[in-house]
Write a new protein. Structure first.
Length: 132
């Protein structure tokens, strides 16, 4: 059993108040949701939900598990989003480096002015300094 998937399933059941609604949200069959919850309860050794024909609500242990599972899911989502954006940050850095290289190449061509006066680049500043 995938633990994160089980936690997500449980959280959806609690938040929708229904196995069927959770199944629709998760795009799985209702029997699959029931099985995941039963397996989770068995693994934890505690009843997480009180089921009746009219209502479904978490037990005290289920409420505590819901709060913790919600935090774990939010943290996992944050981590995945962060990783997904890392390549974008790297692309920005690479683009800046490319622009820096292009500017350095253009400046290199300016190393000698048209009048033959030698020019140099001050490494600490983007300003060109004239050699005398």
């Amino acid at each position: 059993m995938d633990r994160l998937q089980a936690m997500e399933t449980f959280v959806r059941v609690v938040e929708t108040g229904s196995f069927s609604a959770a199944a629709r949200d998760l795009r799985v069959g209702q029997p699959a949701v029931s099985k995941i919850i039963a397996t989770l309860e068995s693994r934890l050794g505690v009843r997480l939900l009180v089921r009746s024909t009219r209502r479904l609500q978490p037990t005290e242990a289920g409420q505590a598990f819901h709060e913790r599972a919600r935090r774990v899911i939010d943290e996992a989502d944050w981590l995945i989003d962060r990783q997904a954006h890392e390549p974008a940050k790297q692309q920005v850095v690479l683009k800046l480096l490319d622009q820096h290289a292009l500017a350095a190449n253009r400046i290199e061509h300016l190393h000698h002015s048209e009048d033959g006066e030698a020019r140099d680049i001050d490494d600490t500043s983007p300003v060109l300094a004239t050699r005398r």
